[in-house]
Design a protein around this ligand. Sequence first.
Ligand SMILES: [Zn+2]
Ligand SMILES: [Zn+2]
Length: 131
Amino acid sequence: MLIGGCFCGAIRYEAEGTPFHETNCHCSICRRTTGAPFVAWFSVRPSDFRIVKGKPMRFDTTEQGVRSFCSRCGTQLTFQHAELSDEIDVTTCSLDNPELVPPKDNTRTSSRLVWIVPDGLPDYREARHSD
Ligand SMILES: [Zn+2]
Ligand SMILES: [Zn+2]
């Protein structure tokens, strides 16, 4: 069981199952919606993910992509794509223990900032699954 939530504690979640698609995403939408140079994500099956406290705010960042965040403290929590209904992406650093789910690669590195030093993980210039 992976547990996490937003910074202020208003929203808490639980995720079961084995995480997959552990990645650092360098797309401009991740960057601009968090203010961070890139965002670490992992995925689980939607049926294995549940909010156990609070109600995240949801907003559409593209025609098919919707993100959720805490409306009180701003922590971004999830990403879902309309055409990928079998997965929900969760921000790794909203976990209580992000060390449990290290990234395995980098995604959207065509958008990576030039001052990010490559970390030696495999790079995928575009999305392996849509952001
Ligand atoms: Zn919060
Ligand atoms: Zn992204």
